[in-house]
Ligand binder design. Structure first.
Ligand code: AMP
Length: 423
């Protein structure tokens, strides 16, 4: 029979690589705590409508990348391609705004998008993200940027940068869209097919285009910062001044936009220097009007970002930032079968209650094969337990790292092993 393989664009995260994930997750949680964020876990699938409305029909994600299916009752469901809409849905559904006017929520979750798999672009990938829900103040925007940077810095990443822009408020965007369309109109035929299509439906997304010939045209396009309303301008200036005061270097990128109407004010990206084509580590911004899009009666000001974990691991590998992975096993108990095996099994059980990691022989192999296994497992010690040892209550504890051996009283084994951890 044909062997079943994993789905294209998914990954098995195997040991010891899974330890890299644990290391990152531990650091994320530590920094999140410092900023007063609490973890939220939403379902892996939601009503399709949530994403259609919460991300926007016009986006690539909704128009061609979602894993959408019908359940038996013919409801259209979708595996989450991102987590902002689910978090806001959960916030509204659970009245979290009533409990506290400022909700700071973070997630570390798998996302699903049917994209063309390549390095740094998967179909199941993982994001960590934050949503600061409630405050309208620019301080909240800057705080999310500082949080993201603190995470990268805490992980030791050097080669990364921040790009920032403002997409203004509704008023600014109405003004800007008409300026942009006026500028593009005479050159419409020189734009790529996608951009031509976007000209009417969503002209701001044209700024996102990576096509060479569009790039040339867009280089001299009007800038949204010049079209900002008074309110949007002062918001942006405050965000930048707080970044300056806190020693953050950033680049203003006039073409960084979120094309949809419920994105407001700040937009930013974290860029990984050594990542090649897929160099966006994360992206975020303010989305004050999203909650209404998914059913809230009033606007719920919010700002946040989402960042990829696979790309972060690639960036960290490039800079060699993972500490040496800890070998988990403290001791391998080798026995000679029969009584000694039962005694070894019991000893292992007792040691494990003392927070000691123990392997015992589960394949009934020879002592030589067991010692080979002990070395392969990376165990610090091997204990050889035979009938003599059981009778005397003493056994040889081999330090596999130092190639030394000492005799220990079996009753004091736990103490000896724990002592060695401090050395
Ligand atoms: P987005 O939700 O598209 O703004 O993406 C935020 C971040 O998630 C990106 O900057 C990437 O780091 C990561 N990301 C998005 N899509 C993928 C993907 N298909 N595979 C791996 N990482 C991704």
């Amino acid at each position: 029979m044909k062997q079943i393989k994993r789905i294209k664009g998914t990954q098995d995260i195997l040991p010891p690589i899974s330890q890299k994930w644990q290391y990152i997750e531990k650091t994320l949680r530590k920094v999140m705590r410092c900023y007063g964020y609490n973890e939220i876990r939403t379902p892996m699938f939601e009503m399709t409508e949530l994403f259609a409305r919460g991300i926007g029909q016009l986006t690539d994600i909704v128009s061609k990348e979602m894993y959408t299916f019908q359940d038996r009752s013919k409801k259209s469901l979708t595996l989450r391609p991102e987590c902002t809409a689910p978090v806001i849905r959960a916030y509204l559904e659970n009245n979290l705004g009533e409990a506290r006017p400022v909700q700071k929520l973070y997630y570390i979750s798998a996302m699903f998008r049917q994209e063309n798999p390549q390095a740094g672009r998967l179909r199941q990938f993982h994001q960590f993200g934050v949503e600061c829900i409630g405050p309208q103040a620019p301080e909240a925007d800057t705080e999310t940027i500082l949080l993201g940077l603190d995470i990268y810095q805490e992980l030791g990443l050097k080669n990364f940068s921040v790009k920032i822009n403002s997409v203004g408020d509704v008023e600014s965007r109405v003004a800007y869209k008409s300026q942009l369309k006026k500028f593009l109109k005479p050159q419409l035929n020189d734009l790529c097919q996608t951009c031509r299509e976007r000209y009417e439906s969503n002209p701001m997304r044209i700024l996102d285009c990576k096509n060479e010939s569009c790039n040339e045209i867009l280089a001299s396009a009007p800038r949204i910062l010049d079209a900002l309303s008074e309110n949007a301008r002062s918001h942006f200036e405050k965000v930048l001044s707080l970044l300056d005061q806190n020693g953050v270097e950033y680049e203003i990128d006039h073409r960084l936009v979120r094309g949809l109407d419920y994105y407001t004010f700040t937009a930013y990206e974290f860029i990984g220097g050594g990542l090649g084509a897929q160099n966006a580590l994360g992206g975020g911004g303010r989305y004050d009007l999203l909650a209404q899009e998914i059913g809230s009666k009033k606007p719920v000001p919010s700002v946040g970002f989402a960042a990829g974990i696979e790309r972060l691991i690639m960036a960290m590998d490039k800079e060699n930032l993972f500490p040496e992975m800890r070998k988990n096993v403290d001791v391998f108990i080798a026995t000679f079968g029969g009584k000694s095996q039962e005694a070894g099994f019991k000893l292992a059980h007792e040691l494990r209650k003392n927070d000691i990691s123990v392997l015992t022989e589960l394949m009934g192999r020879s002592l030589k094969a067991q010692m080979r296994e002990a070395n392969r497992s990376g165990a610090r010690f091997a204990l050889i337990l035979g009938e003599d040892e059981l009778r005397n209550g003493r056994a040889a504890l081999k330090d596999l790292q130092k190639s030394e051996q000492q005799e220990v009283v079996l009753g004091k084994l736990a103490t000896e092993i724990l002592k060695s951890r401090q050395m």
